[in-house]
Write a protein that binds this ligand. Structure first.
Ligand code: C5P
Length: 310
């Protein structure tokens, strides 16, 4: 897909060796943990939606045979970086030697329950498949994505989806978003949370049967309003108990005007829905004044228009 600048670009810009691409965060509307599996993971039913908080990746083909990542957050400049691992997985799978530099401008908070690393990985898979015209089927892409992390397959399609199994079984839902959630406030308490530790601290009474996720899916498909009682996250009780900063942030959001507040993923980010911008913006200001990291966001449906190349 050529962007408008392409036809006017001077020769120096038309090397075809560079791609810019956006990588979106997600929130979990619901997250039912159904039980523990023999492989150590947990069986989930979770409804996820991509939101317009995004990282920017710039991919540049290089003449050497290595893959490098250069990140605006230095703590991500290492071999565990999921964007880097996604590129390496593709190269290995297809025995490619093409060199690549990935510049990663982070805006999505790290280890926050917003899926930033998983999104970066899926974005690299999609960008390389389209750019290098890789012979990878949808199933190949899903398999590589699932090998990188439970949330990565969701980000191959993004939008609104029910994710089951470990999270890798993705059923896209109709692109309907309730009016009561037109604006989303995301609040990131200034602590980091380990997803593995949060799953480990689940108690038996935290397990759910998935009925609330199914009810939320039915309401979304029928274009009905969502019942906030169905927006349940099995991980929230443990996170609120073990991390007082998250419980405090939830109380502060409610006091500032949020109709209700839920944890996204394993946290610590909390989200609250707003039907109109004025109340959302006022609540954002109140929370910022208290020192919180707050993002005013909305649901998005990513597509290839997010790719710029020259
Ligand atoms: O798959 P991913 O690497 O993102 O998962 C991080 C950690 O979260 C896992 O190591 C596991 O401890 C936990 N997890 C889980 N059940 C899932 C997804 C993640 O227990 N369905």
């Amino acid at each position: 897909m050529h962007n408008a600048r392409m036809s006017h670009a001077r020769h120096t810009y038309t090397t075809g060796a560079v791609r810019f691409v956006q990588s979106y965060a997600k929130i979990n509307l619901t997250l039912d943990v159904l039980g523990k599996r023999a492989d150590g993971y947990h069986e989930l039913a979770t409804v996820m939606q991509t939101v317009d908080l995004s990282d920017t990746l710039c991919l540049t083909m290089t003449d050497d045979e290595s893959v490098r990542v250069i990140c605006s957050r230095p703590e991500l400049n290492n071999d565990d970086n999921l964007a880097l691992r996604a590129a390496q997985a593709v190269r290995q799978r297809l025995a490619l030697t093409q060199g690549l530099t990935i510049e990663l401008h982070k805006r999505i908070p790290i280890a926050a329950g917003l899926g930033g690393g998983s999104s970066n990985a899926a974005t690299v898979l999609l960008a390389l498949q389209a750019w290098w015209q890789l012979p990878l089927s949808t199933m190949d892409m899903l398999t590589i994505a699932a090998s990188l992390g439970s949330d990565v397959p969701f980000f191959l399609s993004g939008g609104l989806a029910l994710c089951e199994g470990r999270g890798e079984r993705v059923t896209p839902l109709a692109a309907h978003w309730p009016a009561s959630m037109r604006w989303l406030l995301l609040v990131k308490p200034s602590i980091s949370v380990s997803t593995a530790a949060v799953f480990r601290s689940l108690a038996v009474h935290d397990y759910a049967d998935g009925a609330r996720s199914r009810a939320a899916c039915r309401a979304l498909q029928a274009m009905d309003e969502l019942d906030p009682n169905d927006l349940h996250n099995s991980l929230e009780r443990g996170v609120l108990e073990e991390y007082p900063a998250v419980a405090q942030a939830k109380a502060d959001m409610l006091r500032a005007g949020a109709p209700y507040v839920r944890l996204s993923g394993s946290g610590p980010t909390l989200f609250a829905p707003f039907p109109d911008l004025s109340l959302a913006a006022r609540t954002q200001q109140l929370l910022r004044a208290q020192g919180y990291e707050v993002y005013l966001s909305r649901a998005v449906y990513p597509d290839l228009k997010d790719v710029t190349f020259y």
